[in-house]
Write a protein that binds this ligand. Sequence first.
Ligand code: ATP
Ligand code: MG
Length: 387
Amino acid sequence: MNCDYLLIHYGELSTKGNNRREFISILTRNVKRALSGLSVEVNGRRDHIYVKLNGQKEGEEAVKRLLCVPGIIKISPGYECGKDVEELAEFGAKLILDSGKKTFKVEASRADKGYPLDSYGVCRLIADRALKEGKGLSVDLHHPELTLRVQVREGCCYLSTGSIKGLGGYPLGSIGKATMLLSGGIDSPVAAYSLLRRGIKIECVHFASPPYTSEAVIDKLKDILYLLTPYQSDIRLDVVPFTKIQEAIYEHVPEPYCITIMRRMMVRIAAKLAASRGSLAIASGESIGQVASQTLESMQVINEVTSFPFLRPLCVSDKVDVIDKAKEIGTFDISIRPFEDCCTIFKPRHPKTKPDLAHCLRYEALFDYEKMIEEAINGISPIFVSR
Ligand code: ATP
Ligand code: MG
């Protein structure tokens, strides 16, 4: 991409009133971090962030990285050109011709009111030159294939021919952090991605039940999280030793209730981690109706153990759409590597689809789970996955 600068537009941020300035400063910081190592200059301004580029290669790499930064609605690559009328005509016409498009229009604005041409004059100047030099070109004011925008400023002219859609959402870090329950399956990585693209930071927790589950799942999770590091450069993963709790559940709880109680234990642990690490929510890859533990009745009984908001970004998604998204973000091929999850290993033949809270409380009173939860939390070995 042979351009001189990139303009980053904020989108939804503009609706945020008083928080706007803080959001822009967080986004500017995130943009600087995303572009670190490239020789660019980044300046946060009132309605856009201006990135000055130093070469063609940098432009392509910068755009690629910025497409993973939440809070950006669009990126407009642009060009700088001197204010000499002849130079502007030549440069503007060349951009139109090089685009290969057949219909175009020019839009101009002037901050420099002393410029010899008014806005209409600038449009005519460039359009006439392009029409003279280009074969088969025509102006279409209503549905042009290309719109060339020109701003005549004090120092120079800025030109741009279009924009690239960004992720949208909010700047990462501006709307808090969630504790994400991450399995090795297809859904939870997509759920984690959905949080990130909205701008919610994540810390992940995984429940491992060795020797029933294998060490290989940890590598799998690291590979999955690495694919998410363009969105959040450092991701913490707490691996919780869950075997004892799981064995206790299967010793004391009637089989149909095992999954429900197991989920309640997972959420209890996640809530303690969330509280101690400053998360504002717990999140999972659950989707309503997908399996027995994901009915609304089950979710209600599972939620009962925590007052944290429980985010389920995929709750109304169809599996086929989740699979498509997993393929798009690259996690699918990792997720389908064979693995045993503690949920699948201990899967009851007839799980309760409408569990009763009173029953859960009665079964949970049969073993000292609080102590086991403490032990499990003390046994956590955190892993950090970074770009
Ligand atoms: P996934 O594809 O994410 O594994 P799933 O459709 O297989 O989801 P379940 O196995 O019932 O569904 O899990 C539902 C959710 O519970 C997961 O999306 C994940 O958020 C959480 N979960 C399941 N197993 C674990 C685990 N071992 N560690 C952490 N979270 C888990
Ligand atoms: Mg699973």
